[in-house]
Ligand binder design. Structure first.
Ligand SMILES: [Zn+2]
Length: 1052
């Protein structure tokens, strides 16, 4: 007799739902597999007492344990936000737990850290619900029963993403309390956990593999089988379940399966939704956690980036730092990244990018014995076209990121490819196809590694950066368990826990015919980060130039044998602080207010100390003692030019009795003089020629006119630039009926990421700002001004001083604004009588051309772009540049050029950019195209004024102005950096070709240079450069387009 099967056909949707509910905490958690994970529990075993640290202070362990602790219990709330509470735990293991593996479960709904009694961080904890939850700490692998163990727990009243109100990026809540919901001992059920992990993989495969595959169907079938076999009243049934899953999981992957290298990491934003001080603790929590996992998983590899965080850790947690160094020797804890912090790559200067690598690589070499081969930067908002060259010159060879997967217009077409930089330097690059740097190491990640991999034909492998970031502490035990199971399994890629370096080496060896991508990796999102937090941007620009000037002046003192110690230690500290604030949520302006307050305090400190160093070194250079200074009639004004070419400028100086100046300022306490300085030269202002050209400001009918030998600029009553006429070229630049210097206010309401994003539709909703009212200020003959007062809106005002001097066609606009808006964006706009399909933008050690059209989706994706000191629009024969002194957001469309000035996002910093601002921009018209122009030099001059000091005349008695460095033969070479060598008293200089062409030049210097050698950014020496000591000149040096050249000049 035949009988029918008792089992109906299994259905996909129903089986998946059933399988998901088998392991979840959300349904049936009193009877499903989740309910069997612990076989014994005891809350009574833990005796708790607490000390709450007053005033939101974060105190060290040694201080904390000396305080008076009060008894407490679970269920208590702790707060407010950002406060710290230390707990003393006295644990008595139940006697009948002998032989058991015992865990402490701690959930304070916040971040916390377990300390041993000898003051070593043991592990981080992340409470609350979600993927990032980590509440288990292995107390004993085999209990004796009855033992008493003391521990300390430091509870921080913030979640892993800070304390944002009702959502991730909202400004922090000041008064949040966190519930200490769970403190108990527990004994895990080994079989239940094994089945739990097995089922995550089996269910994952049933979910992710296509239904048409036999393996996907099999996974589904196994889900049903396991749950059928599970008997909640009989724990022995778990063994039967495990037999079923083992049968499924033991089938091997195909021989040619895709290969995934899984690299553990925990992306810790150096500041973001929390201040720097909390990051210092996050590193200790996360990295101590990883050391514990390494003890249990010897094949596990974890990478950690950002030298700054390691330096903090070494300072705050020296014993933990030693443990990390030990783990690094074993190869399990690997330092990676090459840079000081994971910096923004749009806004820092070329030199700052070099210093990120210089300080990063030197730190790794000194503390971990080797430099990094990988530039690891998964989370930054666009990548400068000069990076391939800088990375290679900084001793690294590979680049890893994934951020372009966030593009909201075009999918980036490559996964594993060769990135070709501005100068042609090539670097092997991989963008993780899992499209995150906090992958969960689940089946979905494996499937995505193939599905999103756009270069499988060329390279059949991918990298999986997994682990929870920020406060999540990195990879979890479950991730490692899943990876073990997915190592070699039919239906999925082969997967190894390994190092990123071995991954790249393998790609380098095996990949064939990789595609190339030339130029910048423009990020099609977060375009508001060129403008948000205006003060941060301004400090960064000004301080990069300040440190540059300090290094130049102090290097000259050293080389001239002045009695002056090179302030290496001071400069290192200032540079490191500046680099720290270039972190990819600080300089871009995407951090909370607490972090921005920290950043501004750091900037003020750099400014104060940097200015003092500059003053000291210039006085030393002038051989002027402070006591001789400022004693009245014996004074002279001296100007120092820290730029590498001759310049003539009109500058303002205080008036002394007996002076006969060509022009006095309105208040008569200062006057104007023309100064002429050679490259890297200082001279007595009195040596300069008197200015023979003239400028004037006149009111004529309804117009205000500035007129010098170069241009005539006409403004209407509102301050709009209605005509700009080049006298030499007899050419009008403003089209009929159009204007420049027009302020526009745009609705600035992005889709989600407020501080980050300016969305493309903002351009649809721009209005003219309220009217300006112009009047004549100074009338010449050296400096003429028009002053315009603006009522931008009902809430915000601005005043503008428009300056034209006798010495230059550069028309300057100096602004002060009082800004009180919500989700509005202020831009200044110029319309030019110029036709060009591309605009040229200043970038790090070079320029980038981008379209002014909206033809293709790649074109209009660049509706707002990053430029440094200028953007230029040129056609055959003529062009005009819009310079700025601290702004970065440009948009050039057709013949309209806009500079973004101020934003007003309300998240994550509620007060972003509210209040007073100062900034300046300038128009520089020029004959010829950009390549034939002087725009690069002009933009430096606008950003680097001559340094002017009053010193005793006696100091200048013997002084003949000397140009300490000169470039002969090529105007397209910029000598940007002069510093002392890192490890000797030699001079290091850095130059670059700035326009995109060949340069052939000689380096001239009257300093006592014995020999010259090429080196890289890390100052490793390579080929010698011919240098004739008698002629004080090098031989011809050739640079190719956008090449960066570092030279070490050996002085006696
Ligand atoms: Zn980040």
């Amino acid at each position: 007799m035949t009988t029918l099967s008792a089992q109906p056909r299994f259905l996909r949707s129903i089986t998946l739902d059933r399988a998901n509910k088998f392991t979840t905490t959300d349904f049936y958690s009193d009877i499903n597999l989740y309910s069997k994970l612990y076989s014994k529990r005891s809350a009574d075993a833990v005796e708790l007492s607490v000390y709450s640290v007053p005033d939101l202070k974060r105190i060290p362990f040694e201080k904390a344990v000396k305080q008076t602790f009060k008894p407490t219990s679970t269920g208590t709330n702790y707060g407010p936000s950002w406060s710290t509470h230390w707990f003393k735990l006295r644990i008595t293991v139940p006697k009948d737990w002998a032989g058991e593996h015992v865990e402490l479960l701690w959930d304070s709904s916040s971040e916390a850290m377990i300390w041993s009694t000898d003051g070593i961080p043991r592990q981080g904890l992340t409470g609350d619900r979600g993927n990032d939850r980590r509440v288990e700490y292995t107390l004993l692998k085999k209990a004796k029963g009855g033992e008493v163990i003391d521990l300390w727990v430091e509870m921080a009243c913030n979640g892993m993403f800070g304390t944002g109100k009702n959502g991730l990026i909202n400004p922090p809540e000041d008064n949040r309390y966190f519930n200490l919901s769970q403190v108990e001992l527990a004994v895990p059920n080994h079989d239940a956990w094994q089945l739990f992990y097995d089922m995550q993989v089996v269910t994952g495969m049933a979910n992710e593999l296509p239904n048409e595959t036999a393996r996907g169907q099999e996974a589904l079938y196994v889900c049903n089988q396991v749950i059928d076999a599970y008997d909640r009243d009989d724990l022995a049934s778990l063994k039967k379940c495990l037999q079923i899953t083992h049968g499924f999981l033991s089938k091997k992957a195909a021989p040619d399966a895709h290969r995934v290298t899984a690299v553990g990491n925990c992306h810790i934003d150096t500041a973001w939704l929390w201040p720097y001080a909390e990051t210092r603790r996050k590193t200790a929590r996360s990295w101590s956690t990883q050391l514990r996992l390494m003890e249990d998983y010897p094949e596990y590899v974890f990478v950690c980036s950002q030298a700054q965080q390691l330096e903090w850790l070494a300072h705050d947690y020296p014993k933990l730092f030693q443990e990390i160094k030990e783990a690094s020797k074993k190869g399990q804890f690997q330092v990676i990244g090459s840079t000081w912090v994971e910096m923004d790559c749009n806004l820092p200067s070329g030199e700052a990018l070099c210093r990120q690598f210089l300080y990063g690589q030197r730190y790794y070499e000194k503390n971990f014995g080797a430099r990094c081969k990988i530039f690891w930067l998964p989370d930054t908002f666009g990548y400068s076209a000069q990076l391939p060259q800088i990375v290679k010159q900084a001793g690294a060879q590979y680049f890893f990121t994934q951020k372009l997967s966030w593009n909201n217009i075009n999918k980036f077409p490559n996964t594993t490819f060769t990135w070709v930089g501005l100068d042609g330097t090539k670097i092997l690059t991989h963008m993780a196809p899992c499209e995150t740097y906090t992958a969960q190491a689940d089946v979905g990640d494996m499937v995505r590694s193939i599905r999103n991999n756009r270069d499988l034909a060329f390279s059949n492998q991918s990298l999986l950066p997994y682990g929870n970031g920020d406060g999540g502490g990195g990879p979890q035990r479950a991730m490692l368990e899943r990876l073990r199971r997915m190592k070699d399994i039919d239906g999925l890629p082969r997967c190894d826990m390994g190092s990123a370096e071995s991954f790249f080496e393998s790609v380098e060896e095996k990949a064939k015919g990789l595609q190339e991508w030339k130029g910048e990796l423009y990020f099609e999102l977060h375009r508001g980060t060129y403008t948000s937090q205006a003060a941060t941007k301004r400090y960064n620009r000004k301080l990069e130039f300040l440190l540059r000037d300090v290094e130049i002046a102090t290097t000259l003192c050293m080389s001239l044998g002045r009695d002056h110690a090179y302030p290496k230690a001071d400069l290192d500290l200032l540079w490191k602080d500046l680099l720290l604030n270039q972190f990819h949520d600080v300089l871009p302006g995407s951090s909370i207010e607490l972090a921005n307050i920290d950043a501004r305090a750091i900037y003020r400190d750099i400014e104060t100390k940097g200015k003092r160093l500059l003053e000291d070194s210039l006085r030393c250079l002038y051989q002027s003692k402070p006591s001789e200074d400022g004693d009245g009639n014996g004074e002279s004004y001296v100007a120092f030019n820290s730029l590498g070419w001759d310049r003539s400028e009109i500058i303002e100086i205080p008036v002394q009795s007996g002076d006969n100046l060509q022009q006095y300022s309105a208040g008569k306490n200062t006057g104007y003089v023309r100064v002429d300085n050679g490259a890297f030269e200082y001279r007595d202002i009195a040596d300069s020629k008197s200015e023979t050209s003239r400028v004037q400001a006149i009111a004529h009918g309804q117009e205000f006119i500035l007129d010098n030998d170069f241009i005539i600029a006409k403004f209407n009553q509102q301050g709009h630039l209605v005509s700009l006429y080049d006298k030499h070229e007899t050419r009008e630049l403003i089209p009929a009926g159009q204007a420049g210097n027009q302020f526009k206010i745009y609705e600035d309401v992005p889709l989600y990421w407020e501080a980050w994003d300016v969305e493309m539709y903002h351009l649809n909703c721009g209005k003219s700002a309220g009217p300006g009212k112009a009047r004549i200020g100074e009338v010449g003959p050296l400096r003429a001004t028009i002053i315009v007062e603006y009522t931008l809106t009902d809430l915000s005002t601005a005043s503008q001083t428009i300056v034209l001097t006798a010495a230059s066609p550069r028309l300057e606009f100096h602004m002060e604004a009082d800004w009180h808006e919500s989700r509005k964006l202020l831009k200044v706009e110029f319309t030019w009588d110029i036709i060009s399909d591309v605009a040229t933008y200043d970038s790090q050690f070079g320029v980038i051309q981008r379209p002014t059209t909206y033809n293709t989706s790649q074109d209009y994706a660049k509706f707002e772009v990053c430029g440094h000191k200028f953007a230029d629009l040129s056609e055959h024969g003529y062009g005009v540049a819009l310079l700025n002194d601290c702004k970065f957001g440009y948009s050039c469309h057709g013949n309209v050029m806009r500079l973004s000035l101020l934003r007003s996002p309300k998240a994550p910093d509620l007060h972003c950019d509210m209040g007073h601002h100062e900034f300046a921009f300038a128009v520089y018209p020029h004959k010829g195209t950009f390549h034939e122009s002087n725009v690069v030099r002009e933009s430096y001059q606008f950003n680097v004024p001559l340094a002017v000091h009053s010193i005793a005349k006696s100091s200048l008695r013997e002084h003949k102005p000397i140009s300490y460095f000169g470039i002969e033969g090529a105007k397209n070479v910029i000598l940007d950096t002069i510093k002392r060598a890192e490890d000797s008293d030699h001079i290091v200089i850095r130059l670059h070709e700035a326009f995109g062409g060949r340069a052939q030049f000689k380096l001239k210097s009257p300093l006592n240079i014995q020999s010259v050698v090429r080196c890289n950014i890390l100052e490793d020496e390579s080929d010698p450069v011919e240098f004739n000591k008698d002629e004080r000149s090098s031989g011809w040096i050739v640079l190719h387009a956008f090449e960066i050249l570092t030279l070490k000049l050996k002085v006696k």
